[in-house]
Design a protein around this ligand. Sequence first.
Ligand code: HEM
Length: 510
Amino acid sequence: TAKDVAAGMGSFSPEPWLPRPLSPPGLVLAAALLLLVLYLHARRTRRPGEPPLIKGWLPYFGEALKLQKDPLGFMTTLQKQYGDVFTLFLGGNYITFILDPFQYQSVVKNQKLSFQMFTSKFLMRVFSVKKMMTYHDLNDKIHTSYQLLRGKHLDTLMENTMQTLKQVFEPQLLKTTSWDTEYLLTFCSSVIFEVTFTAIHGNVLAGDRKTFMTELRDDFFKFDGKFTHLASGIPIELLGNIKSIRTKLIKQLTTENLAKLQGWSEVVQMRQDILEKYYTPKDTEIGAHHLGLLWASVSNTVPTMFWTMYYLLRHPEAMAVLRDEIDHLLQSTGQKKGPGFSIHLTREQLDSLVYLESTILEVLRLCSFSGIFRVVQEDLTLRLESQDCCLRKGDFVGIFPPVLHYDPEIFEAPEEFRFDRFTESGKKKTTFFKRGKKLKYYHMPFGFGVSKCPGRFLAIVEIKQLLVVFLTYFDSEIIDDKPLELNYNRFLFGIQYPDSDVLFRYKVKS
Ligand code: HEM
């Protein structure tokens, strides 16, 4: 039920970022860790040529709690005080943030700043993928498979997502025109999970499809709810039953169980072929890799879908423009709304919906709180326009796009939702300025450089398809008309969830 899914989604529970009470072995481990970190922490002082250093008073966490409470406010205060470059101690790491968008290029271009080292550690902590730490070419090979998420391969994925949307919504269309009431986040999680999982990992055999999908989805969101804890290095043993849930999820995606799914996407097929060269087919770590892909494909698309629906429900003027744009497209492609589910749109046709696209880009601008990180592989001097900046081996360099996304010099009234912000005279707008200079980087919810999200085209297409279907066939209204806030439980990692779920209702258009 809606409530069960909501209960599974730890992401909007009001828990703090710090872990829960520890078990006795956990306490010993935590105390040892704390002493070590306290010792290391006390030793660090700023050297000549290094950026200002802000350590905070909390061992290990440093300034993490302040940053989590109000990420944008905290970062802009530091920016005013220390300038565009400073080093912050966070979760056991020293991170030098570069906040001036005209300086991002020096990070992208510097070969000694490694994404691979960052990602290997992250994959080990969160998904228990160990081999990336030792086999660097495995990472390169897996990267080559991401080309199968774009171009003509994306067309195949799109066909698949539309088929699943049909499966999900067709029974609803046959219903009489009475209202269905649901929690919006629960609704979006359920649809996006099913559509994405089926397009990428394949379809479940008819009989047990619903049970399989519900169980997998509930486990997935319980695991995802502890994502930030895992990513920040808190041992999984301290996180209650998350370890057994992760083991169960990994098991569902091992070679043996994946083989039970029909119609793997090309990207999963290629990933599996690569993995079989590095692991024996029975190795459960193969399942951990597939869980990583499942997480990447669902975890940010769900809140993006949620916020898009939420803003549209609260902005009828935007909803009306989008309905009009979609109606025009359906008419001009000879697809008048008939009985049953009959919409079919190509990628080019979806791309022509500029107001729909602008709405999604605006939501991503408002709700993305990702950081982009690289590990410094050796002591080096980063040459920036305004200064040279000495960096130490093992530290991180970070870019924090929310400062850019909320810069009033670039986006007028940045805290306001303006669905047409990324349009200009009825076309897509791509020119934004700061200090009178055109910006290369102005919208970065998908990261940049080597780590730029390979699934970005699929994510946007999927959200567009779902909205086209939803706005064409259903009327909808928000029930709890309360303003929601972002819940920063996963700040620095992607699109933020809301601080609570809201009820909405929808019915087939009469
Ligand atoms: C709105 C939805 C999405 C957002 C905002 C998003 C955002 C991001 C970001 C910011 C990164 C870079 C992480 C970093 O620099 O550390 C990333 C990586 C990635 N994303 Fe997405 N993503 C979305 C949807 C998807 C989808 C649908 C897929 C489908 C497969 C996907 C697959 C991936 C993969 C595989 C990576 C890792 C790439 C690598 O290792 O270099 N993402 N995503």
